[in-house]
Design a protein around this ligand. Structure first.
Ligand SMILES: O=C(O)CCC(=O)C(=O)O
Ligand SMILES: [Fe+2]
Length: 416
């Protein structure tokens, strides 16, 4: 049941974040509503249509959560598809046309569309004349309509998306996820640049890395070809058996949460010689001390379709956070490696800084989470957008304050 609910919620998440039309999804297409014709935002090689029963299952999950904003379009599709198949029941089906009509009528009633609830209930009663409960509903809806004849009731009245905790940042988040890589171009911000970066390091002098500065405040850079295809595959393989549902900090504890859907595993230094190699490569590039316990173990993360990580900070924002268990201070920086590409979706979005980075296989994204004075940099609020198609893998190396005293020094200005 939890798996079914998770899958249904994931579909509704994709529907919301990418403004997808449910009618298109049921035909196996990924389309956004636009003025005029719907626009394809991804073209799958094969389109797999959904059945009336598939749509019923999704709609019912929303219905049972009291989320009628989502139950309506899914149950509409379910009713349409069940009607199209003549309402015949198939043994593999969980629901029937009657079930779908019943749930859809009540959803419309809850959304304030009494006249539509009535006509659906009448259709249902026609198919199931002995159903006393539906008969009662028909009478109730008729009475309500007589009482409120002066009030015009139009379809779609009150159709508001249910509140989410991240409501304040939701519009920006969704806009950044929808635009594939919306970082400002160098001609929009003259101070952004690309270069061959060596950090004055002998190894990097022989083989500089392509650096793309994404943002200056906060400082976010992308290092291309940080790892090879082979290394990426090896890291994924090493993590396979340790993958578990990802958790988030909740007070002093860690627990699963709807706002972070993925699997993750920690790779200890002893997992492979690769871990030491990664640490040394990160240290060369960042100039930071990333040895345990100044750097955490590498965290490998796998997102499936609908997997995401809503806007959050990597650094601790409360003294009780598990981040402090290492006793090496807060997470001063994040070094995140993209171990895979993704067909659609999955960008990394910086909400307040107003840009997003598309997944670039084998590249690594680096940013400072803290100001030089140790305070958290609010501009680093970021998210992993839901994966629309494909499978996304990243690896995080979180670097702590301690061990960097002479590597990232405080500034003369205590506010800096
Ligand atoms: O998946 C992403 O793009 C971001 C992941 C992230 O922010 C995290 O794991 O803390
Ligand atoms: Fe993060």
């Amino acid at each position: 049941m939890e798996d079914l609910q998770g899958a249904a919620k994931a579909l509704m998440r994709l529907q919301d974040v990418y403004a997808l039309q449910v009618g298109s999804l049921t035909r196996g297409r990924f389309q956004r509503a636009a003025r005029g014709d719907p626009v394809d935002i991804y073209r799958p090689a094969v389109s797999v249509p959904l059945s009336g029963d598939d749509c019923f299952l999704v709609g019912k999950v929303a219905y049972e959560l009291g989320d009628f904003y989502h139950s309506v379009p899914w149950l509409e599709e379910s009713v349409r598809l069940f009607r199209g198949s003549g309402g015949a029941w198939r043994p593999e089906n969980q629901g029937t046309l009657e079930d779908a009509l019943d749930h859809l009528a009540f959803s419309h009633f809850k959304e304030g569309n009494v006249s539509y609830a009535l006509s659906l209930s009448q259709e249902l009663l026609h198919r199931d004349p002995m159903n006393g409960r539906v008969l009662q509903n028909v009478e109730k809806y008729e009475t309500l309509l007589v009482q409120s004849t002066s009030l015009p009731v139009s379809q779609g009245v009150g159709m508001r998306r249910p509140n989410s905790t991240a409501l304040r940042t939701r519009n920006t988040y969704e806009r950044l996820c929808q635009t594939r890589g919306s970082q400002p171009k160098h001609y929009e911000n003259q101070r952004l640049f690309c270069d061959y970066f060596t950090n004055g390091d002998p190894v990097l002098l022989l083989q500089p890395i392509r650096r793309e500065v994404q943002s200056l405040q906060p400082y976010v850079v992308l290092y291309h070809n940080f790892i090879t295809d082979k290394e990426a595959e090896d890291i994924k393989t090493l993590s396979q058996q340790g993958l578990r549902r990802s958790v988030v900090a909740s007070g002093e504890k860690q627990e699963t949460a709807d706002y972070r859907i993925s699997k993750s595993a920690w790779l200890k230094d002893s997992a492979s010689v690769l871990m030491g190699q990664m640490d040394r490569r990160i240290a060369r590039l960042t100039g930071l001390n990333v040895r345990t316990p100044y750097g955490e173990y590498l965290q490998v993360v796998n997102y499936g379709i609908g997997g995401h990580y809503e806007p959050h900070f990597d650094h601790a924002t409360s003294a009780s956070s598990p981040v402090f268990k290492l006793k090496t201070g807060n997470r001063v920086a994040t070094f995140m490696i993209y171990l895979s590409s993704v067909e659609a979706g999955g960008s990394t979005a910086f909400i307040y800084a107003n840009f997003s980075v598309p997944v670039v296989k084998n590249a690594a994204l680096f940013w400072w989470n803290l100001h030089r004075n140790g305070r958290g940099d609010e501009d680093t609020l970021h998210a992993g957008c839901p994966v629309l198609v494909g499978d996304k893998w990243v690896a995080n190396k979180w670097i702590h304050e301690h061990g960097q005293e002479f590597r990232r020094r405080c500034a003369l200005d205590p506010e800096e």
